[in-house]
Design a protein around this ligand. Structure first.
Ligand code: SF4
Length: 438
């Protein structure tokens, strides 16, 4: 019996798919490369943008044809899209060939749901059913990096974002459980741990004994052995001095912070309910740069939010140049039903298009300038695997999270090497291995 998983959206979903794979493998299913060969197809969905959602519905529709060829095929839809109000009902009516619908917080029901579907019964349930990660095996696919959830949900209600409605209120995983998973991964030979949460900085606020994110970082940072610790995502309003100090103190914690700014205009940030100003963000990044030399600050930036004027947009471009992000995920605001910004007056598409082009060009200039300073220098890189875009080329990341391509033996995956940067495109660096980890 074979399974195939379509994963859409963010790293949370990528990691949830590892849990789904673990549950299915325990049930006797094994992974296949082609959806046509599968006995069970899972759509682990995302609803952050309406256009992406339409595309996913299209992919689900295509399963109808496969079901005609293989009537025993089980179709599963789970994740953020199915958690939206009324979505389960919509799927039931428009895609009756879907056997299982689960939400964002009830993967613990997957085994029971598959067993029901094997008996030809439908299983639709999007209730929040809290579960412990420890209860499932995980089929990890990202060695040498291991994802570790530390908190779930979000309380921030940015006015453009659907996440708090589909992932529920913020709650933290107990410190001991997180530490046990980290120990397990390190014992198994993982060389990079990435802590995951919608807002990692608020980790612990609902836990006893004053546990907070800085303490968690410290506990992991001081573990023996050579490994890297990363985390995402940080909300700028909650990134404390204590966290920055801990990053500076422990060499295992990477000098890299993903700090979504979204806009460089205080007025737009207010309309987005981000709860920091342009000045707050600039002084925070100045503080980070002062305490963490060579830090890589990455970000998410949105253009075309309702009410964004030319002056607001210029403020964003100016902030991009001032901060010097090593990379940025730049995107156009997309209206999302169920969020407050949906009802705000929208900007014309042509304006959004012009702004995104300018923003990307500006960020490319910034990245290119940083890349140029790296040429001729040596960086320690964790070898991740082959770069599928280039023949016989391996890749890995610097501590600041820049992707580097180089040639080396495949046996070095999961090892640290020193790479001298020989040339730079705007985002990608090319180099040669000059020393290997003993
Ligand atoms: S912090 Fe804002 S953007 Fe991030 S998940 Fe929460 S509501 Fe969405």
């Amino acid at each position: 019996m074979k399974y195939f998983i379509h994963t859409y959206g963010c790293q949370m979903n990528v990691h949830d798919s590892e849990k789904i794979a673990g549950i299915l493998e325990e049930m006797g299913y094994s992974l296949c490369d082609r959806v046509e060969d599968a006995d069970i197809v899972v759509f682990n969905t995302c609803c952050i943008r309406e256009t992406a959602e339409q595309k996913i519905y299209g992919h689900i529709g295509a399963i109808k044809k496969l079901k005609r060829i293989n009537p025993h095929l089980i179709a599963v839809v789970c994740g953020c899209m199915s958690q939206q109000e009324g979505a389960a009902q919509r799927i039931r009516e428009s895609y009756p060939f879907v056997d299982i619908v689960l939400g964002t917080s009830n993967l613990s029901l997957l085994k029971e749901a598959v067993e029901a579907a094997q008996r030809k019964n439908k299983f639709y349930n999007v209730d929040f059913v809290p579960y412990k990660e420890e209860d499932f095996a995980q089929a990890r696919s990202s060695y040498p990096n291991g994802w570790v959830n530390i908190n779930y949900g979000c309380n921030n209600f940015c006015t453009y974002c659907i996440v708090p409605y589909v992932r529920g209120r913020e709650h933290s995983r107990p410190l001991d459980d997180v530490m046990a998973e980290v120990h397990r991964l390190l014992d198994e030979g993982y060389k990079e741990i990435t802590l995951l949460g919608q807002n990692v900085n608020s980790y612990g606020h609902d836990l006893p004994d004053g546990v907070n994110f800085a303490r968690l970082l410290r506990e992991i940072g001081q573990l023996p052995g050579k490994f890297r610790l990363r985390f995402m995502t940080s909300h700028p309003k909650d990134l404390s001095d204590e966290v920055i100090d801990v990053i500076a103190q422990y060499p295992n914690i990477c000098n890299n912070i993903h700090l979504p700014v979204q806009s460089g205009s205080t007025e737009i940030l207010r309309r987005m309910n981000r709860r920091y100003t342009r000045e707050d963000y600039l002084s925070l990044t100045e503080k980070i740069k002062a305490k963490l030399p060579d830090v890589g600050i990455t970000t998410d930036i949105m253009v075309g939010f309702p009410g964004e004027t030319d002056a607001d947009f210029e403020d964003t471009l100016d902030l991009v140049r001032k901060v010097g992000f090593s990379s940025a995920f730049c995107f156009v605001y997309s209206r999302r039903k169920g969020t407050p910004a949906y009802n705000m007056e929208q900007l014309p598409y042509a304006v959004k298009k012009e702004r995104i082009t300018k923003l990307i060009a500006t960020q490319n200039e910034v990245t290119k300038a940083i890349s140029a300073t790296m040429v001729g220098n040596r960086f320690e890189v964790l070898v991740e695997g082959e770069n599928s875009r280039y023949k016989d080329t391996m890749c890995g990341r610097t501590e600041s999270n820049r992707l580097v391509n180089f040639k080396c033996d495949k046996s070095l995956v999961g090892r640290f090497v020193w790479v001298e940067i020989e040339r730079a495109g705007s985002a990608t660096l090319w180099g040669k291995v000059v020393a290997e980890e003993k």
